[in-house]
Design a protein around this ligand. Structure first.
Ligand code: MN
Length: 477
C-alpha cells in the first residue's frame, strides 16, 4: 500500500475541500516541519503532524499538546496526510469525513531524537510550542504524548483540584462606594468550571462533579480551545419573562443521566453566568485583586448561547440595588475592588444585599396533608444545625408545586426514622402527626422575618439545595 492510500480512501476528491495530491506516491523529501491543527469536528481535537519521508505522520490529540509534564495526553495515531495538508485551513463540508472547521494552531520545525514504530522523540520549535516531547504507543492506534521538559514557563502551575467557591456575607450596602464593585445576585446554583484542552468539568459548591447535568456548557470548552481556565459563576435557568427561576432550575439540579440531561437542556436550558476567573494558562489568579481578575475575565470575551459574562456596576450601590429590583432579581453582591479570592471562605470582602429574605434549612420531619393535599405532604418541619441536634425554626406549608411534593415525599420516606432529630423538642402542637426523618435534606425558604423566639415568619418553600450539605447551613441574620 502506498503511504497516502488510506488518506485517499477516506475522502471523495470531488467533495472535500482538503488537499488531494495528484501523485500516488509522495517524493521522499527530507523536510522537518511540524503542524498542529485545531479541528472542530464532531469532537474537538488537535491534529499533531510531523513531516517524515514526504508525508505528515499524524495523531489526533483530543486535549491538545500538553503543557504540563505531569499530564500525558492521549494521541490517536491516524493515517498519514499529504505534505500539502500542513498549510490547510478551512471548513470540511457537512457529511464528509472529519466535517468541521480546521485552523492552524501552531507550526514550525522539529528535530528527531528517536523514531521507531512505537516511540517518537522530538524537539519542537514552534510559535506556541517549544521543547522535547515523546509519543509512545500504548496499544493499537492509541499512543500518548508526553512533555519531557519542564513546563513551557518556569512558573507554570496546573489548576488546583481543591478550589471551593468564595462566599459572601449577608449585609447591607457599603457606604464607601468608591471601593466597591456591584454585581447582580443570580438565583441559581454556584459552579466552578474548569477548562483544559477544550474539555470542561463542572463542580458544585460542595465539590460534586455535575458536568453531566449541563451538556449545553460543553461548547464553552470548545470556544476556549487550549486556553486553560478555572471560572466561577452561577448556573441559572430563566423563566418566560427572562427572570432567573430557581424553581425551573430544580429539575436540572437532580439529573444524573446523560440522556435526560440532554432532553432537559433542550426544554429548560440553563445559562452559566460567569463572574470570576481564578486560573488562566498556568497561572493562579487567586492572589490578584478583584479588579485585575475581572479585567482578565472580560478579556476572554466569553459569550455564547449558554454562557455570559454579566457586566459589573462600579461605584453606585444604590443604583445597582434599584436595577436588581426593577429586573426582579434576588439582590446584588458588593465586591471590594482590592480583595483577593479566598477559596471556601465566607468573606466580608463580598457582601450580598438581598431584595428578598431567604434562608437555607434542614428538613427534620413532615406532617401529612389534609383536604386537597391528602396523601402527600402538608408541611415540612425545619431546623438549623445546633449544638445538640436540629434547632427547630418552624414549618413551611406553601410554595410547593405538585411535582415538588411528589419528589419530596419519595425522598422523605427513604429518610424515615422513629425519633425526632430536633433538640430541644419541637413544640407539641407542631409535633402532633409529625413523621421524623434523618436530617439530610437541605432546602431553601423565603420568609418575612425572624420572630423573637427564633422562628421563620411566613416561610415559603423555594426548593431543594442538593449543592449544599446540612453542616454548611447557618442562620443568616
Ligand atoms: Mn482531525
Amino acid at each position: 500500500m502506498a503511504p497516502l492510500d488510506e488518506y485517499r480512501r477516506k475522502r471523495d476528491p470531488k467533495r472535500t475541500s482538503e488537499p488531494m495530491p495528484r501523485r500516488r506516491s509522495p517524493r521522499r523529501k527530507k523536510g522537518n516541519s511540524f503542524v498542529v491543527q485545531e479541528h472542530h469536528a464532531s469532537a474537538l481535537h488537535w491534529d499533531f503532524r510531523l513531516e517524515r519521508d514526504g508525508v505528515l505522520v499524524s495523531w489526533a490529540v483530543p486535549k491538545g499538546v500538553p503543557d504540563d509534564p505531569k499530564r500525558n495526553h492521549l494521541a490517536v495515531h491516524v493515517e498519514d496526510h499529504p505534505l500539502e495538508y500542513g498549510t490547510f485551513e478551512g471548513d470540511i463540508g457537512h457529511g464528509e469525513y472529519g466535517a468541521g472547521q480546521v485552523t492552524i494552531w501552531d507550526h514550525g520545525t522539529y528535530e528527531t531524537e528517536k523514531w521507531t514504530d512505537r516511540e517518537v522523540k522530538v524537539v519542537l520549535h514552534g510559535e506556541r510550542t517549544e521543547g522535547r516531547f515523546v509519543l509512545f504507543q500504548t496499544g493499537g492506534k492509541n499512543w500518548m504524548i508526553h512533555r519531557m521538559d519542564a513546563p513551557s514557563r518556569e512558573d507554570w502551575q496546573p489548576i488546583p483540584d481543591d478550589v471551593r467557591p468564595m462566599l459572601a456575607t449577608l449585609g447591607s450596602l457599603p457606604n464607601d462606594d468608591e471601593h466597591w464593585a456591584y454585581e447582580m445576585k443570580w438565583d441559581g446554583v454556584r459552579a466552578l468550571v474548569r477548562v483544559e484542552g477544550g474539555r470542561i468539568t463542572i463542580k458544585s459548591r460542595n465539590d460534586i462533579d455535575v458536568t453531566v447535568s449541563y451538556p449545553e456548557l460543553r461548547a464553552l470548552g470548545e470556544q476556549l480551545g487550549t486556553t486553560q481556565v478555572l471560572l466561577d459563576g452561577e448556573i441559572v435557568s430563566f423563566d418566560d419573562e427572562g427572570r432567573p427561576s430557581f424553581r425551573r432550575l430544580q429539575q436540572r439540579m437532580h439529573v444524573a443521566s446523560a440522556a435526560s440531561a440532554r432532553r432537559l437542556a433542550d426544554s429548560d436550558p440553563a445559562v452559566y453566568l460567569i463572574f470570576d476567573l481564578l486560573h488562566l494558562d498556568g497561572r493562579s489568579l487567586l492572589g490578584l485583586p478583584y479588579t485585575q481578575r475581572r479585567e482578565l475575565l472580560d478579556g476572554l470575551e466569553l459569550a455564547g448561547a449558554s454562557w455570559q459574562t454579566p457586566p459589573v456596576f462600579e461605584g453606585n450601590g444604590t443604583q445597582a440595588v434599584r436595577a436588581s429590583q426593577q429586573q426582579g432579581l434576588e439582590g446584588v453582591v458588593a465586591k471590594r475592588l482590592t480583595s483577593r479570592y479566598r477559596p471556601g471562605r465566607r468573606s466580608p470582602d463580598w457582601v450580598k444585599v438581598k431584595n428578598i429574605r431567604a434562608q437555607e434549612v434542614v428538613v427534620g420531619g413532615w406532617s401529612p396533608g389534609k383536604g386537597r393535599r391528602e396523601g402527600t405532604i402538608g408541611s415540612l418541619l425545619l431546623g438549623l444545625p445546633g449544638e445538640r441536634g436540629l434547632d427547630y425554626v418552624g414549618q413551611v406549608g406553601t410554595g410547593f408545586t405538585d411535582d415538588m411534593l411528589a419528589d419530596l415525599l419519595t425522598r422523605l420516606k427513604r429518610l424515615a426514622r422513629k425519633t425526632s432529630p430536633f433538640d430541644p423538642d419541637v413544640p407539641r402542637a407542631d409535633a402532633r402527626d409529625a413523621q421524623w426523618v434523618s436530617p439530610r435534606l437541605v432546602g431553601e425558604v423565603a420568609f418575612g422575618e425572624w420572630t423573637s423566639d427564633g422562628r421563620l415568619r411566613h416561610p415559603a418553600w423555594r426548593g431543594l439545595r442538593p449543592d449544599k450539605s446540612p453542616s454548611e447551613v447557618v442562620r443568616e441574620s
